[in-house]
Design a protein around this ligand. Structure first.
Ligand code: CP
Ligand code: NVA
Length: 307
């Protein structure tokens, strides 16, 4: 049965942990396994801009002995004349897996339902699960065990990053706190799903409006752009409404000693985070960006072994 990775809770805690263990092994020697030797091709499709996702999948697929086929929907039939299902049925006869960065989560679900090869969410409006594998890997490297640790995400609680923290943190057995204004709270059904998963894995989910209460004692502090791709027309409102959730040195000072700062990038210094925090000693954002490579390679190895 083909496995897909469309949202963070598509993996059990044991499966998530197995992929992170494999990522740590692959990081020691990038060229040790070649499941795509042949070479086989992996299609990586972008409806939105990208630097990290594009580079890390292209390099990772090459490391695994394969060929990355980077497709921009701006010059393909997908999204224009052709449905996700029809595109998937064409691609599955020629590629080993499909990675897709898109808008609606429902498009990914449609594509996965219509194909026999693994489909990976390279970011949707709702979730960014590949980024979360990289973030969890970075937290493990810098802070040790995930289960029982506390992570606070500040800013747009309905963003793909916040919602992936809810699900991936719940799978990992973490205590996940989201701090946002009420109008930017996570989607209720995602919170419900995260609470159910957290209960199974010994974690917890808490929503805050007070940023200081949310960060106090946290082991990891995370933020993301206040203006996600597709939200550009709301920019001035978002900068105004989210201003109290900026991560600065004073707010970091309320976290636990040695707390880690993460940001998936790209960052707007001076908006969601001050330069002294993102460029300071508690920040692990460059390790986090590198870990996209190792985590996604492990994910592909894992998915291809089940395809
Ligand atoms: N973090 C992340 O996904 O970056 P890109 O948008 O550059 O891929
Ligand atoms: N939330 C951001 C993440 C970018 C990697 C966005 O969707 O634009």
């Amino acid at each position: 049965m083909t496995r897909h990775f469309l949202r963070d809770d598509d993996l059990t805690q044991a499966e998530q942990s197995e992929i992170l263990d494999l990522a740590i092994e692959l990081k020691k020697d990038r060229f040790q396994v070649k499941p795509l030797a042949g070479p086989q091709t992996v299609a990586v499709i972008f409806d939105k801009s990208s630097t990290r996702t594009r580079v890390s999948f292209a390099v990772g697929i090459a490391d695994l002995g394969g060929v990355p086929l980077i497709i921009s929907t701006a010059n393909s039939q997908l999204g224009g004349k052709e449905t996700a299902t029809d595109t998937a049925r064409v691609l599955e006869r020629q590629v080993a897996a499909i990675v897709w960065r898109t808008f609606a989560q429902s498009g990914l679900e449609e594509m996965a339902a219509g194909t026999t090869v693994p489909v990976v969410n390279g970011l949707s409006d709702d979730f960014h699960p590949c980024q979360l594998l990289a973030d969890l890997l970075t937290i493990r490297e810098h802070r040790g065990a995930l289960a029982g640790s506390t992570v606070t995400f500040l800013g747009d609680g309905a963003s793909n990053m916040a919602q992936s923290y809810l699900l991936a943190g719940a799978v990992a057995g973490m205590h996940v706190r989201i701090a946002s204004p009420g109008a930017f709270a996570p989607t209720a059904s995602v919170v419900d799903d995260a609470r159910r998963v957290a209960a199974v894995n010994g974690g917890s989910i808490e929503l805050f409006t007070d940023p200081v209460a949310a960060v106090t004692g946290a082991d990891v502090v995370v933020t993301d752009t206040w203006v996600s791709m597709g939200k550009e027309d709301e920019k001035s409102k978002r900068l105004r409404d989210l201003g109290a959730y900026r991560v600065d040195a004073e707010l970091m000072g309320t976290a636990s000693p040695g707390a880690l700062f993460l940001h998936c990038l790209p960052a707007d210094r001076g908006f969601e985070v001050t330069a002294d925090v993102i460029d300071g000693p508690q920040s692990a954002v460059w390790d986090e960006a590198e870990n996209r490579l190792h985590a996604q390679k492990a994910l592909l190895v894992w998915l291809l072994a089940r395809a």
